[in-house]
Design a protein around this ligand. Structure first.
Ligand code: SAM
Length: 303
């Protein structure tokens, strides 16, 4: 038990003599714990106070460090998912036509009709032969290739992108009864969307592995089908680790580390021939079918 024995008479004499309460307390009060007593001002007690202060300080530092580590982790996770920075990065790319874009082909040359024809035909055939109510085109860019796919009137198409200027331009140029464009601030905003077909073309090529996996884990389950298209290397140089959003990286969703179980895939060749410069590239289309999809009912729009 902790006791404070207060020598009232001597302490009040001390105060009367003009000393401070603290000084008098130190001189004339005794603290006892489990039968062991020490003057408040004694060396033992001072040491106990120093040790206690040290312990409190160490605990305080630990709590502070833990808090900072949690903060850094949260920030790092945010970087993986790139919660806000996509908007900045991709808006800048559209403004400066850096990496893939040109003033004529804002979303990249590979999206021009003459180069994207195999993809247009694949998606068209899928839409014509599958019962769908909604299509979400994640990272739709300037709607360059998708405008050549005929979306039946009873199917709602939503082009979604993080770049406001491109969404605004699409709205002004292409929006009609069943063709809509939606701006989002981050990938996380897209997680509330559910629908029949998800199209993701040439988006993962610009993302790192962690963010792509995060998308696969958290967004794909909301859809019944996904058609994913990206640059592909015939000699297996796909899915190289990359840490930053930047120029295209070859992707093979069916290979490690993604190992997405797909129903079918198709590789197509593009012969670029621009201003006398020729080059060849390959794209892989995969069709993923959700094995656990439960119909959302209604029109399948975002919840
Ligand atoms: C190379 S472009 C491809 C555009 C279009 N899919 C095509 O094939 O023409 C990549 C697009 O993905 C969009 N994008 C990248 N990260 C995104 C994100 N987190 N959310 C939505 N769109 C994103 C970019 O703004 C850009 O329009």
């Amino acid at each position: 038990m902790l006791h404070i024995l207060h020598e009232t008479h001597r302490a009040s004499q001390c105060v009367k003599a003009g000393r401070s309460w603290l000084t008098c307390l130190m001189k004339h009060c005794t603290v006892c714990y489990n039968g062991f007593c020490a003057d408040v001002g004694s060396v033992v007690l001072k040491q106990a106070i120093v040790v206690t202060s040290l312990v409190v300080a160490v605990i305080g530092v630990k709590l502070y460090v833990d808090h900072e580590v949690r903060h850094i982790r949260r920030h790092f996770d945010g970087e993986i998912r790139n919660l806000q920075s996509d908007k900045k990065t991709f808006s800048e790319i559209y403004k400066t036509h850096s990496f893939w874009g040109t003033p004529e082909h804002l979303s990249g040359l590979a999206s021009a009709k003459k180069y994207a024809m195999p993809c247009i035909e694949y998606v068209q055939n899928f839409i014509n032969t599958t019962e769908l109510k909604t299509i979400y085109d994640f990272g739709c860019g300037s709607y360059e290739w998708m405008q050549h796919v005929v979306v039946p009137k009873n199917v709602q198409y939503y082009g979604v992108d993080v770049v406001d200027s491109v969404i605004q331009a699409n709205k002004e140029q292409y929006e009609k009864d069943n063709i809509h464009f939606v701006g989002i601030d981050s990938t996380d905003d897209f997680m509330k969307y559910k629908g029949d077909l998800l199209i993701v073309k040439d988006v993962f090529d610009c993302w790192n592995t962690e963010r792509t996996q995060y998308f696969l884990d958290n967004v794909l389950p909301n859809f019944r089908y996904a058609i994913i298209v990206g640059y592909y290397s015939l000699n297996g140089k796909n899915n190289r680790a990359c840490d930053a959003t930047g120029p295209a990286h070859n992707r093979d969703m069916e290979a490690a580390p993604f190992n997405l179980k797909c129903k079918e895939s198709k590789i197509y060749e593009i012969h670029f021939d621009e201003e006398g410069k020729q080059s060849t590239a390959y794209k892989k289309i995969v069709l993923w079918v959700n094995p656990t999809y439960v119909s959302q009912g209604g029109n399948g729009e975002s919840s």
